[in-house]
Design a protein. Structure first.
Length: 280
């Protein structure tokens, strides 16, 4: 009997030891897996970022939030927007909110913006424009390629700036809005980006390369495990035409809810305002 109890006790200890051993191996396996997850990703960062815009086209659409911060002469202004974008059609809709009037007036109504290939449509923009009319701007005439003018950077144009990535480095892994992402930091060249961009952004990015104070654009970008941009921050620089003062602009675009419906309808010709827009 004693021998039987000893056998069972020994067998039990062996079984427990086996489980502990398996758990230990499992933990080691998890540790190795976690170490791989935390390490630098495979692939040259420059090449990874130059093709990041393609993952957005494959995703089809997303919701987006934008922020445009301008600093000049000791004054800082922030403009925020929110909406949807269809990367395959190059169409987007944003509600852009201007900062409060310096005189302390009530908050201004949001400007509704429609982003389209070669054009920017705005409602509730400009004094003297009837409330039911849209203002249309040809983006080919904008010296910044509509990266700044509308108070928000076109999400797909923001992504295609990365096609001009000259240098980039992997910073580390983190989270953006609950999504695991890879953080990269680098510099893009707008002239190179324009040459490599899709047809809809080739002209605007080319104009920006000539219109900004420098074609060099520092950036931080965060890609999820599917290679989609979740957040991108550019730092542009241009010269104020009236005062000839340098203006620093930080543009941040957040992308989420990929595949969200993005039914964007452009206004009819009769709904577009043809008169003169008063300066605000």
């Amino acid at each position: 009997m004693a021998r039987g109890r000893q056998h069972r006790r020994t067998h039990g200890v062996t079984a427990v030891a086996g489980v502990v051993c398996c758990l230990g191996l499992g933990a080691a396996g998890c540790a190795r897996s976690d170490a791989v997850a935390q390490g630098p990703p495979a692939g040259d960062p420059v090449q990874v970022l130059r093709t990041a815009a393609d993952a957005l086209v494959e995703a089809g659409s997303s919701q987006t939030r934008t922020s445009l911060e301008m600093a000049t002469g000791g004054t800082r202004v922030t403009i925020r927007g929110e909406g949807v974008y269809d990367y395959r059609k190059g169409l987007g809709r944003l509600a852009v909110r201007l900062p409060q009037d310096p005189a302390g007036a009530a908050d201004r109504r949001p400007i509704t913006e429609l982003l389209a290939p070669g054009a920017l449509y705005m409602k509730n923009r400009g004094a003297g424009v009837p409330p039911d009319k849209w203002v249309r701007v040809d983006t080919a005439t904008l010296s910044d390629g509509n990266l700044v003018t509308g108070g928000a950077t076109d999400p797909f144009a923001a992504a295609e700036v990365l096609r001009g990535t000259r240098s980039a480095a992997f910073v580390g892994r983190t989270e953006v809005a609950g999504a695991r992402v890879r953080h990269y930091r680098g510099t893009a060249d707008l002239e190179v980006a324009a040459q490599a961009a899709s047809e809809v952004n080739r002209g605007p990015l080319g104009a920006a390369a000539k219109g900004f104070a420098t074609a060099r654009v520092p950036f931080d970008v965060y890609l999820d495990d599917e290679g989609r941009i979740r957040k991108i921050r550019h730092r542009f620089s241009f010269v104020n035409g009236e005062r000839q003062e340098p203006v620093a602009v930080a543009s941040t675009t957040l992308l989420y809810d990929f595949g969200a419906p993005a039914d964007v309808r452009l206004p009819a010709d009769e709904d577009i305002y043809a008169g003169r827009i008063a300066q605000e």
